[in-house]
Ligand binder design. Structure first.
Ligand code: BEZ
Length: 213
């Protein structure tokens, strides 16, 4: 069955390019971005894994561990990493699971047989430190993902866990956010948002990003 937001992320053990991974132990108390790609030695995947590697500093800043998976064997992953490093000007340093018997792919419903019978589509799971699925994104094989968007979703989740706000359309860190509609107590709003807020409509109240320095 498909995983839904709020579900526990399934635990597993699987081989990876960084040695065997027991998912819950490996994730520890960090956030995780877990994503599948259709196959090694394919052009779009090569650019995606290269970009992910270049963004590792951004993931680390947010305490996010990155894990990739496809149904290719370990030996193919290892050869392909050399190509990614060479062509994308990077050093891939995050693990890629070798899931050739599709154990993890099926656990996370990453194979969508109506479009791709023998490989994973481009699934993304953002998993929080309590191992809950907090966001899912699914793209077809022909469309490379926007990893800046994945970081933006992590930023939104981490901000909205900390403050009683939600992030509006196209929000980026530092921009105004909305106060949750169920927060109605005027004194509490003033206490929670000392930089003030603007009531556009009773249900649409804007306040500066409370995490902005
Ligand atoms: C790619 O990563 O380039 C790709 C993989 C499967 C189908 C189409 C493109």
């Amino acid at each position: 069955m498909a995983l839904r937001l709020g579900d526990a992320a399934p635990d597993f053990k699987q081989e990876s390019t960084k040695g065997p991974i027991h998912f819950y132990d490996w994730a520890g108390s960090s956030w995780v971005v877990f994503f599948s790609h259709p196959a090694d030695f394919t052009p779009v995947c090569t650019t995606e894994l290269g970009m992910t590697s270049k963004l590792m500093g951004e993931f680390k800043k947010r305490d996010v561990k990155v894990l990739a998976v496809s149904v290719d064997p370990l030996s193919r992953h290892r050869e392909w990493i050399e190509d990614i490093n060479e062509t994308q000007g990077t050093e891939v340093d995050f693990p890629i699971l070798a899931d050739k018997e599709r154990k993890v792919a099926e656990l996370y419903d990453m194979i969508h047989p109506q479009v791709l019978a023998n490989a994973t589509v481009r699934s993304v799971f953002i998993i929080d430190p309590e191992k809950k699925v907090r966001a899912t994104i699914t793209y077809p094989a022909s469309t490379g993902r926007n990893f800046d968007e994945i970081l933006r979703v992590v930023d939104s989740l981490q901000l909205t866990d900390r403050y009683r706000v939600a992030t509006p359309v196209n929000w980026k860190p530092g921009e105004d956010v909305v106060i949750l509609p169920n927060l109605q107590d005027e004194a509490e709003i003033r206490r929670s948002f000392p930089r003030g807020y603007k009531t556009v409509k009773p249900y649409l109240r804007m306040t500066p990003d409370p995490a902005r320095k």
